[in-house]
Design a protein around this ligand. Sequence first.
Ligand code: TNX
Length: 544
Amino acid sequence: MRMLSRKISNFSTFLLVILALGFLLGCSEGPKLPQLVLPETDLAATALIPKPVQVVNGPDAFPLDRYTAIFTETERDAFTGVGEFLSGEIRKTQKITIPVNPDSGKDVFRGIYLRQTPGMEQEQYNLQISSDSILLRATTAEGAFRGVQTLRQLLPETSNDTLAEYPVWVIPGGSIQDKPAFEYRGSMLDVARHFFDIEDVKKYLDVMAYYKMNYLHLHLTDDQGWRIEITSWPKLTQIGGQTEVGGEAGGYYTQEDYKELVAFAGDRYITIVPEVDMPGHTNAASVSYPFLNGNGKTPKPYTGMRVGFSTLDTRKDTVYQFIEDVVREISALSPGPYFHIGGDESHATQKADYEYFIKRVVPIVRKYGKIPIGWDEVGTVSLDADVVAQIWQDKGNEVHAVEQGMKILMSPAKKAYLDMSYDSISKFGLHWAAYIPVDSAYTWSPETYSDKIPRAAILGVEAPLWSETISTIAELEYLAFPRLLGIAELGWTPSGERSWEDYKLRLIRQTPYFKRLDIQFYPSQRVPWMEADSLLPWYNNRTK
Ligand code: TNX
């Protein structure tokens, strides 16, 4: 038990001036800084996912209340945007408005300071939490944004209403030093086998951001559907966008929709990676423009689940003109560094044709300023080292990729595929690679998964969610959650800091968040869901 001091601690002149101002103004208008007696807190025992690199307990908790404001150093910069994001999330969850850089007329006694500090890594941040201030330091606004997610997770959903006449949300005191192990922590949504609209994708992005993931790969095209408007080739969506697995109507993103997604992701410091899968997985493209497959036939729309039967005609120049238009239009809408060219399971393409094709497409991607990513099969083609190989199978393609100096994105199907069923009685998913229970998705390491892939070659980890067996957001969530959180931690927390026993206890404490967002997660028996009594009826009675 300790008293909150009115004294301003001496973090810096900057803090002092702002706090003193707020304090004086507060006094001049009459109200006294409420003397709060806060409970003991234990920052190190909070349920943060991903687990930060270092957490140290401090003597004083921070009482977030109506006298709190968020401060950034300048009025309008990216840090202010991050402060506004935090304020907006607090308004939604705690239902209190915490102003950002408020006018001096407001009673402010405590500040959350977002401070730009030189010399830290891209996504690194640190937090110092004490009774009169929270200091969040980062070099980039992106780092500050990651730190804000930690703060959101530390904020209790419910206020303590016994400490004062008004609600107080007690944030445990201490300090956190944190930065990610890998620069790429992603997930993939297959919006081609079944289409998911932008509201569904936004919800997924919100959850990814909360767990500090930073790349969303969209699998935009496949045999069953083409999902992005290409203005120079309108039939791709007018014809190719109208089908999906099971024969339902499909759908597609207009360029405006896609821009909206890119902006929504960007506000959360998440980069969209667009994928146009080729030369296989192209039936929907060839249904729209039959010259693309070069066999003289107009294929039928495909609504089944087979793979490996379609190919582009790799020896026709007009096919590359088509590809260039597609790459140009999508690249112009995609501010991120990567463009994914697929390249998987091209069983209907001759090996020599496949190599010729990949070697022609890679320079097109570069021409539009993007770094090419391909599924691990591209590792078999001799290419420059700037190509990223996304490892999904264990067939040795990674050896060729590493030999060529390519960066490796780790998505081993046996561990990282969110579309693999949890077990043999799971309602959704496939199991060609494995059954992946919640613990199995967590208890592996991207850095040691294969002794053929050195740590230095690994760009990061990505969890793909293929959608052959799912068509609604509830079904998507059943497969993605809670496994996605484990992948988020594998990408962020150093391997020596991870343990299933500790992680599963932090996982069960995510249920208030799941419940608030109405996330239809799979309540695996392997996790001792603490709130089983109150939670499971909610889960079982949900109406969707
Ligand atoms: C393999 S993984 C595929 C996809 C399927 C997935 C289903 C990869 C690069 N290709 O076309 O959707 O299996 O699990």
